[in-house]
Design a protein around this ligand. Structure first.
Ligand code: UD1
Length: 372
C-alpha cells in the first residue's frame, strides 16, 4: 500500500460503463473538496476506447458531466480476443510507465475483464463495481467477463443480495464484499429532472404511455437475419399499431439494413444520448429489450419491461421489479404484450440500497481500503 496520495484507476470502455463511473467520480471529488474530510484519494480516468462514436461514448461524458479521460487507450473494435489483447497490452504499458494503487472496474464489458487481468498481473489490486452477478449463460461474452473478473478481484462492490450469495458460494470472504447498491441508479435518480424528449418526439406524435421503446443488440437476437426478421415481425404485430421507438445499436444496424420488410410503426432512430433515452423509457407504455442494465432502470421507473432472454444476471428486476423474461421465441411476445395491454402487468418495488447514494458509499470505502 502506498503512503501518499494514492492513485485509483477508474476504468471505462463501453456505453453501459459511463453511467456507472459518473457517481463514483463525483463522490471522490466531493470528498476531496470537503474541508471536513480532505480526502487524498486521486483518480486517473482511463477510457479504453472500446466504444468510440460520439453517440456511444462522447455524448454520455458531456451529458453526465464526466471529466475528459486522463488517458484514452484507443483500442477500437475487433473480435473478443483482439479487443481483450489490445486493452491488456495498452493498459499494462500505462501501469508500467505510471503505476496506480488500485484498478477499479465496473460492469461486465470486455474492458472490465481486460484491465482487471492486466492490473492483477502487475500486483495492482482490483475492485469490481457490480461484482458477483451471474446469468449462468456462458454463451454471453459478458458472463465470461464476469467470471474471469471476479476470480481475480480483491474487493467487490455489489448491487444485490443475489450477487453477495453468488460470491460467497464461490468462496469469497465476507470482508471482501461490500453491498453498496447500484451506481447506475445513482445516475438515474440524479438526472430524473433533467430527462428531456428527443428532437423527434413531437414530429413522431409520441404521447406519454402511447408508445413502446425497444433495444436489441445481443448476438443471439440480432446476428441471424432470419431470426431477427421473425422477432421484428412479432413485435410489429403485438404492439397494436403503437409507435415502437427503436434506437439501433451499431451491431444491430447491420442486420436491420438487410431486413426485407419492417412494420410501419417501427421508428428506427440512432442510439440516443442518456437524457433522451431515459425520457423515452420513463414515459413508455412498456420496454422490449435484451439489455441487462435497462431492466434496472425500468424497475426503478416502474415501467413494464419485457426481456427477450432466457436468463438474467439481475434476478431482483424480476422478483421485485417490473421485468419479465419471456425467452427469445417470437411466439412469446404477443401473449406478454396482451397482458400489458390488459393492464395486468406487475407494479414492482425498488431493490434495497438502490437509493442514489451508492457512489458515496464506494468512495468512502475505497478510502478506508487504500489510504493509509
Ligand atoms: C458492448 C458490451 C455489452 C454492452 C454493449 C452496449 C462487451 C462484451 N459487450 O457490446 O455488454 O451491452 O457494449 O452498447 O463488452 N461499434 C461502433 N461504434 C462504437 C462501438 C462499436 O460502430 O462506438 C460497432 C463496431 O462495428 C463493433 C460493434 O459495434 O464491432 C460491436 O461493438 P463491441 O464493443 O464489440 O460490442 P457491443 O456489441 O457494443
Amino acid at each position: 500500500m502506498t503512503t501518499t496520495a494514492p492513485l485509483v484507476d477508474i476504468i471505462a470502455g463501453a456505453r453501459p460503463n459511463f453511467m456507472k463511473i459518473a457517481p463514483i467520480l463525483r463522490a471522490i471529488g466531493e470528498r476531496r473538496a470537503d474541508p471536513a474530510i480532505r480526502s487524498r484519494l486521486r483518480c486517473r480516468l482511463v477510457h479504453t476506447g472500446q466504444h468510440y462514436d460520439a453517440r456511444m461514448s462522447g455524448d454520455f461524458f458531456t451529458q453526465l458531466g464526466i471529466p475528459a479521460p486522463d488517458v484514452n487507450l484507443e483500442v477500437g473494435s475487433g473480435t473478443q480476443a483482439e479487443q481483450t489483447a489490445a486493452i491488456m497490452t495498452r493498459y499494462e504499458r500505462l501501469l508500467l510507465d505510471a503505476p496506480s494503487a488500485l484498478c477499479l472496474v465496473v460492469g461486465d464489458v470486455t474492458s472490465t475483464m481486460a484491465c482487471a487481468i492486466a492490473a492483477q498481473k502487475l500486483h495492482v489490486p482490483v475492485a469490481h463495481v457490480e461484482g458477483g452477478i451471474r446469468s449462468g449463460d456462458w454463451t454471453m461474452p459478458e458472463e465470461i467477463n464476469r467470471l474471469v473478473t471476479d476470480a481475480i478481484t480483491n474487493w467487490f462492490f455489489t448491487t444485490s443480495e443475489a450477487a453477495n450469495a453468488n460470491l460467497r458460494r464461490a468462496g469469497v470472504r465476507d470482508e471482501a464484499i461490500f453491498f453498496v447498491g447500484n451506481t447506475m441508479i445513482d445516475t438515474l435518480l440524479a438526472n430524473l429532472e433533467r430527462l428531456r424528449p428527443p428532437a423527434f418526439w413531437a414530429e413522431a406524435g409520441l404521447q406519454p404511455g402511447g408508445y413502446f421503446v425497444m433495444t436489441l443488440h445481443r448476438p443471439a437476437n440480432v446476428d441471424d437475419a432470419a431470426g431477427f426478421a421473425r422477432l421484428i415481425a412479432a413485435v410489429g404485430a403485438a404492439t397494436r399499431g403503437l409507435p415502437v421507438v427503436f434506437p439501433v445499436h451499431p451491431r444491430t444496424a447491420k442486420t436491420l439494413a438487410a431486413l426485407p420488410a419492417r412494420p410501419a410503426h417501427l421508428l428506427t432512430v440512432e442510439p440516443q444520448p442518456y437524457l433522451e433515452f431515459n425520457y423515452l423509457v420513463r414515459h413508455a407504455k412498456g420496454v422490449i429489450t435484451d439489455s441487462g442494465g435497462i431492466t434496472e432502470e425500468t424497475t426503478v421507473l416502474g415501467v413494464p419491461c419485457v426481456t427477450l432472454r432466457d436468463s438474467t444476471e439481475r434476478p431482483e428486476t424480476v422478483t421485485l421489479g417490473t421485468n419479465e423474461l419471456i425467452g427469445t421465441d417470437p411466439a412469446a411476445i404477443a401473449p406478454a404484450l396482451d397482458r400489458l395491454f390488459a393492464g395486468q402487468w406487475k407494479t414492482g418495488a425498488i431493490p434495497e440500497l438502490w437509493d442514489g447514494r451508492t457512489g458515496r458509499r464506494i468512495a468512502e470505502i475505497l478510502e478506508r481500503l487504500i489510504v493509509r
